[in-house]
Design a protein around this ligand. Structure first.
Ligand code: HEC
Length: 123
């Protein structure tokens, strides 16, 4: 029986399903970003960007928004995750300063892109 494959397909985000910030996107940010991007942590101190809440993600950095609802291609957040920026600010940074920035998995990046393209809702 190949039924075991069905849940994977359902989770791929490519079939029009709505991605949830609370249940899917925020857990990724909590696992990979919040250690540096919450009030008091180094990434927050350097950029003002906190992933502590939906509101703080949407507020962006001290320079402005990094998520443009409806446009993953226009969102700085996605460019950082795709390492399309200067390598020194690709995200997530490594906790060891001497090693290069790390990567989210392709599925995690796709999830975040889909959430943004679906309007970056507080859902
Ligand atoms: C090990 C610490 C660390 C981790 C983990 C980390 N960051 Fe950062 N982040 C930083 C630092 C430090 C800066 C400030 C940029 C610099 O190096 O000058 C920054 C800057 C940023 C910025 C602002 C960039 C700009 O345009 O100014 C964004 C957005 C960001 N990070 C998102 C993320 C996301 C999303 C994750 C998780 C996928 C993440 N970061 C994980 C340390 C981290």
């Amino acid at each position: 029986m190949k039924l075991g494959l069905i849940p994977l397909v359902a989770m791929s985000g490519s079939c029009g399903r709505e991605v949830s910030f609370k249940d899917e996107v925020h857990p990724v940010l909590e696992a990979r970003c919040i250690s540096c991007h919450a009030p008091g942590a180094p990434g927050w101190a350097a950029s003002g960007f906190s992933v502590a809440s939906y509101q703080s993600v949407m507020k962006g950095t001290k320079y402005g928004r990094v998520v443009i609802p409806g446009s993953s291609a226009g969102s700085t957040l996605v460019r950082l995750l795709n390492h399309e920026t200067d390598p020194s600010i690709a995200m997530p940074k490594s906790h060891r300063p001497e090693t290069p920035s790390e990567w989210l998995t392709p599925d995690q990046i796709k999830l975040i892109r889909t959430w943004i393209d679906q309007g970056a809702k507080d859902n």
